[in-house]
Design a protein around this ligand. Structure first.
Ligand SMILES: Nc1ncnc2c1ncn2[C@@H]1O[C@H](COP(=O)(O)OP(=O)(O)OP(=O)(O)O)[C@@H](O)[C@H]1O
Ligand SMILES: [Mg+2]
Length: 494
C-alpha cells in the first residue's frame, strides 16, 4: 500500500488528490508515477477502472510550468467523450497548480476551438483526426510539448490511426517523453507502439486475468430472435441502477432503444452518427440518472468512467476479446462491483470460449429468466418501496382508511391491489430487431489484421488488492455520488 505522499508528489497536486478523495495510489499509479516523474517513456497496462488516467496525468502535470502559456502536454484519445473526460480529470488534478487543460475533438466548431487554443492551455487532450486538422492548418502549436500520452493506444493503432499518430508525434520535439496506456496491449500493437518511443519501460500490473475480479461475468445462450425479449426479462429481473447495453451497429442501437421505449424503459442510444450535441446530452442524462439505460456501439466501450454503472449487457458479442474487456470494464470501476452479461447465440459458443481463453476468465452460464421471473423482479422493487415506507413510520393518517378496507376485504386482496398499483406493469409490445449475423472466430476485425491470440495477449494488470479508498465516497450503487460527480465536472466544451 503506497500513499501518494511516498511518491514525492508536489503540494498542489496532493491537495487535489485529497479533494478528489484519493487516499492510496493504485498499483499502476504506484509503479508508473515514479518512472513518469523521472522522465522515462512508459508503456502502462492495467485493468479497466484502476486509475490509469491519474497514472499518466500526475507526472505530466508535475512537469508543466504553469507560468508558460504554451501547450506543454498532449494527450491523444480515441473518442470525443473520452477526450472530454480525461481533460476533466486533468483539470481536477492540476487545479491547485493552475494548470489548464483543453479538450479538442471533432464535431465542435473550429472557430471556437481555435479561440480556446489561443487562450494558452497547458495541456491539450485531443482525438487524432481533429488534432491533425489543427496541425495541418497551423492553428495549434505543439512545438513546446514535452510530454505526450496515447491513452487507449492499442485501440488507436487498431483503428488504423498509426500514420496519423506518427504524423502527430513528428510535430513534437524528439526529446519528448512518451507515455502509452491501455488495459489491453496485444503484442503486435505493443511492438508498433514501441517504435514511437525511446527505450520504454513496460509496466504490467500482474494478474492472472485481464478483467477485474469485481465484475461477475455471465453469458446467456439465446437465439438471435429471442435476444430482445431475453434482454427485457433480464432488465426487469436485475433492475439495474444504471446499465449499458452494447449492440454491434448503429442501426441496432437505434432499434434497441426504440424497442426499450415501447416497453417502458428510460433508455437512449449513443453512436457515431449522432451530432456531437446529442452525444453529449445523452451521456449527461445517463450520468445524472435521468435515463437508466445507455444503448451504445463500441464508441462507448473505451475509457468512459461513469460511476454507478451496475450492469453491462453485450446484446451482441464483441468481435474480439479486447473489445470484451473494455466493454465490461464500464462497470466494476474504482473497487466497486458490477455484473456483465453477454448474449451468445448457439453458433457463437466457440467465440465465447476464445474470449474466456484470451482474457483468462471464467464466464458463467446464466439461465435466461422467464416472464414470470421478470414479473417477480418488478414486484420485488415494489416490496422494497413498501418496506421503506413502513420503516419510515409516517402512516398514522392512513390507518383509519386501512382498517375500513380490511373490514371489507381480506388482507391478501388489499395488499395485492396495492402491489399491482405500485408495480410497473410490463408492456409486452412486440419488438422485432433486424437480425445480425453471428460472430465467427475467423471473421477477424472488419477483415483487417487478424490477431494471434495464442500468446494470451498479456493480462491487463490486476490488483488483487483493489484497495481503492476514497474518503467520504461510498462504494456500490450510489446515485447521489453520481450526481455530484456529474454536476461538479467541468465541461470545457460549453
Ligand atoms: N488512487 C485512487 N483512489 C481512488 N479512486 C481513484 C484513484 N485513482 C483513480 N480513481 C478513480 O477511479 C476511477 C477509474 O479511473 P480511470 O478512469 O483512470 O481508470 P482506467 O484505468 O483509465 O480505466 P479504463 O481502462 O477503463 O480506461 C475514476 O473515477 C478515478 O477518479
Ligand atoms: Mg482510461
Amino acid at each position: 500500500m503506497t500513499t501518494f505522499n511516498e511518491l514525492n508528489i508536489s503540494k498542489p497536486i496532493m491537495k487535489a488528490l485529497e479533494k478528489m478523495g484519493f487516499e492510496e495510489a493504485t498499483p499502476i499509479q504506484e509503479q508508473t508515477i515514479p518512472l513518469g516523474m523521472q522522465g522515462k517513456d512508459v508503456i502502462g497496462q492495467a485493468q479497466t477502472g484502476t486509475g490509469k488516467t491519474a497514472a499518466f496525468g500526475i507526472p505530466m502535470i508535475e512537469k508543466i510550468d504553469q507560468n508558460v502559456k504554451k501547450i506543454q502536454g498532449l494527450v491523444v484519445a480515441p473518442t470525443r467523450e473520452l477526450a472530454i473526460q480525461v481533460s476533466e480529470e486533468i483539470h481536477r488534478l492540476g487545479k491547485f497548480k493552475g494548470v489548464r487543460a483543453l479538450p479538442v475533438y471533432g464535431g465542435q466548431h473550429m472557430d471556437r476551438q481555435i479561440r480556446a487554443l489561443k487562450d494558452g492551455p497547458h495541456i491539450v487532450v485531443a482525438t487524432p483526426g481533429r488534432l491533425l486538422d489543427h496541425i495541418r492548418r497551423k492553428t495549434i502549436n505543439i512545438s513546446n510539448v514535452h510530454t505526450a500520452v496515447l491513452d487507449e493506444a492499442d485501440e488507436m493503432l487498431n483503428m488504423g490511426f498509426i500514420d496519423d499518430i506518427r504524423d502527430i508525434l513528428k510535430s513534437i520535439p524528439e526529446e519528448r517523453q512518451t507515455l502509452l496506456f491501455s488495459a489491453t496491449m496485444p503484442k503486435e500493437i505493443r511492438d508498433i507502439a514501441s517504435t514511437l518511443m525511446k527505450q520504454p519501460e513496460e509496466v504490467k500490473v500482474k494478474s492472472k486475468e485481464m478483467t477485474v475480479s469485481n465484475i461477475a461475468q455471465f453469458f446467456v445462450e439465446v437465439h438471435e430472435k429471442q435476444k430482445f425479449d431475453t434482454l427485457t426479462n433480464l432488465l426487469d429481473t436485475h433492475t439495474p441502477a444504471l446499465a449499458i447495453i452494447f449492440g454491434r451497429t448503429k442501426k441496432r442501437v437505434d432499434e434497441v432503444t426504440e424497442g426499450l421505449h415501447a416497453r417502458g424503459f428510460r433508455a437512449e442510444g449513443i453512436h457515431g452518427d449522432l451530432t456531437q450535441g446529442k452525444r453529449m446530452s445523452v451521456l449527461n442524462k445517463f450520468k445524472t440518472g435521468k435515463i437508466e439505460i445507455l444503448v451504445a456501439t463500441d464508441v462507448a466501450a473505451r475509457g468512459l468512467d461513469i460511476s454507478g454503472v451496475t450492469h453491462v449487457y453485450n446484446l451482441d458479442v464483441p468481435q474480439d476479446p479486447e473489445s470484451y474487456v473494455h466493454r465490461i470494464g464500464r462497470t466494476g470501476r474504482a473497487g466497486k462491483t458490477g455484473e456483465a452479461i453477454s448474449f451468445i447465440t448457439p453458433r457463437e459458443i466457440p467465440h465465447l470460449h476464445l474470449i474466456e481463453k484470451v482474457t483468462k476468465s471464467k464466464i458463467k452460464r446464466l439461465q435466461a429468466p422467464s416472464m414470470d421471473d421478470a414479473r417477480r423482479g418488478q414486484q420485488q422493487i415494489t416490496v422494497e418501496k413498501l418496506n421503506d415506507t413502513i420503516n419510515k413510520k409516517e402512516l398514522q393518517e392512513y390507518r383509519e382508511t386501512a382498517t375500513e378496507l380490511l373490514d371489507q376485504y381480506d388482507s391478501v386482496t388489499v395488499v395485492s391491489a396495492a402491489l399491482k398499483m405500485l408495480t410497473k406493469e410490463r408492456r409486452d409490445s412486440p419488438v422485432t430487431l433486424t437480425s445480425v449475423s453471428p460472430v465467427s472466430i475467423k471473421g477477424g476485425k472488419g477483415g483487417g489484421g487478424k490477431k494471434n491470440y495464442r500468446g494470451g495477449g498479456g493480462g491487463g494488470g490486476g490488483d488483487k488488492r483493489n484497495n481503492f479508498s476514497r474518503k467520504g465516497k461510498p462504494a456500490g450503487r450510489n446515485r447521489k455520488f453520481q450526481n455530484k460527480r456529474g454536476s461538479s465536472s467541468r465541461n470545457q466544451d460549453s
